[in-house]
Design a binder for this molecule. Structure first.
Ligand SMILES: Nc1ncnc2c1ncn2[C@@H]1O[C@H](COP(=O)(O)OP(=O)(O)OP(=O)(O)O)[C@@H](O)[C@H]1O
Ligand SMILES: O=P(O)(O)O[C@H]1[C@H](OP(=O)(O)O)[C@@H](OP(=O)(O)O)[C@@H](O)[C@@H](O)[C@@H]1OP(=O)(O)O
Ligand SMILES: [Mg+2]
Ligand SMILES: [Mg+2]
Length: 364
């Protein structure tokens, strides 16, 4: 009799609706893994037992419950540790991880960068209104208008997604610190969203803020700012002339970033942050062409929008249970054509039981 494995999940209702779909539950069940909802009205310690806990909750009480559960069940896998998640709840610390990545970029004989390079936009934190009104602040950080004002805290609240494109100094006085002012970089209206699920990496294209021409910049100066939120999830945007900007720009024709660069950044972030479940947003600097900027990192994003999310996540669950998902230098899985490496799991999988013994998994 093959032992079954249980993964408990603790998610906000919106997240649970989008992520725990019947298709995912059924595919996991077929592979010997039961996805079980953790009851938020009961103590975690009184539930289970779980081989793994998936969560996207925060707060002292929840963190304490996780700690107590781990003390009583030292073999349980927590995906992911609240301490590790913290780094992406701040828009300065999240991008500092990118700046600190050591990825060997190819060089020409004369030392110039060869091929694609990456970085983060210039940015500065504004903690209070006085710093906002300091005229030298932006210049000291090499920032010039337009800039994007983002809430410093990226904690998943609706407020944390409320952004503003600031055209001039008049626009600054509408802002409410603490915020980050980030240089606006024209990038052709397309953002590259890179989903990471353990060792698996998938890059997709999404709609993004349109480029700003010099004329538009002057033309929009009277308002001072333009507010927006979660534009990459936007379905339509009709311009004044009624035409949909995104139909005109043919997003499907936009060239993807180099696969090797994306997987190197994904691997580097995974090892540095010690997170299994995140995505990061990349834009291509229109002025340079093969220079890419990471502008955002999100913990436990909307995986249901990722192609083949069910097999990818089920694969990940199996690897977790087998103890395969760690932070070593193992290769990064990329999708084969069509769905990802789930085909490669057809071979027999030995699942490791809670007490460390192994039992042969069923032929899948
Ligand atoms: N530095 C930048 N230059 C140009 N456009 C930018 C820049 N930063 C953000 N944007 C635009 O603003 C959008 C939202 O920015 P960002 O991804 O940081 O916000 P978010 O609320 O964290 O989004 P998400 O829903 O991905 O969590 C991006 O998808 C992109 O269209
Ligand atoms: O729900 P959605 O599908 O929009 O997923 C979004 C997710 O919302 P959720 O919390 O409800 O999962 C967001 O989380 P918070 O920052 O708000 O915590 C953030 O990760 C976005 O980047 C995700 O959009 P995506 O990057 O995948 O396009
Ligand atoms: Mg984003
Ligand atoms: Mg974000």
């Amino acid at each position: 009799m093959t032992r079954r494995y249980s993964i408990g999940y603790a998610l906000a209702s919106k997240k649970q609706k989008s992520f725990i779909q019947d298709s995912l539950v059924n595919q996991s069940r077929e592979r010997g893994i039961d996805l079980i909802k953790i009851d938020s009205d009961k103590l975690l310690i009184d539930q289970g037992p779980f081989d793994c806990i998936l969560h996207k909750l925060s707060g002292e009480n929840w963190v304490k419950q996780l700690d107590d559960y781990v003390i009583k069940n030292p073999n349980v896998l927590i995906i992911d540790s609240p301490n590790d998640i913290e780094i992406v709840h701040n828009r300065i610390s999240m991008l500092q991880v990118v700046s600190d990545l050591k990825i060997c970029e190819k060089k020409e004989e004369n030392g110039d960068a060869k091929g694609a390079t990456f970085g983060i936009p210039k940015q500065m934190v504004i903690n209070d209104v006085d710093s906002l009104m300091n005229p030298c602040g932006m210049e000291d950080h090499g920032l010039k208008f337009p800039v994007i004002a983002k809430p410093l805290v990226a904690d998943g609240s609706a407020k944390s997604h409320k952004m503003a494109l600031v055209y001039n100094r008049d626009g600054l006085d509408k802002l409410k610190p603490p915020i980050v002012l980030q240089e606006f970089v024209n990038h052709g209206g397309v953002i590259f969203k890179v989903y990471v699920v353990g060792d698996y990496v998938k890059c997709v294209k999404r709609k993004s803020l349109p480029d700003i021409s010099e004329e538009q910049l002057v033309g929009n100066s009277e308002e001072g700012t333009m507010s927006f939120s979660q534009i990459s999830n936007m379905t339509t945007q009709n311009r004044a002339d009624g035409k949909n900007y995104y139909e005109i720009m043919h997003i499907e024709d936009v060239v993807m970033p180099p696969d090797s660069l994306i997987t190197d950044i994904a691997r580097g972030l995974r090892q540095a942050m010690r997170l299994h479940l995140f995505n990061f947003d990349v834009i291509r600097d229109s002025k340079i062409g093969d220079h890419y900027l990471v502008i955002d990192i999100n913990y436990f994003p909307g995986y249901a929008k990722m192609p083949c999310y069910e097999p990818v996540l089920t694969d990940f669950f199996c690897d977790l249970i087998q103890g395969k998902q760690n932070f070593g230098n193992e290769g990064v899985k990329k999708e084969e054509d069509g769905c990802p490496v789930t085909e490669s799991v057809k071979e027999e999988r030995t699942l490791v039981s809670n007490n460390g013994s192994t039992d042969a998994g069923e032929e899948h």
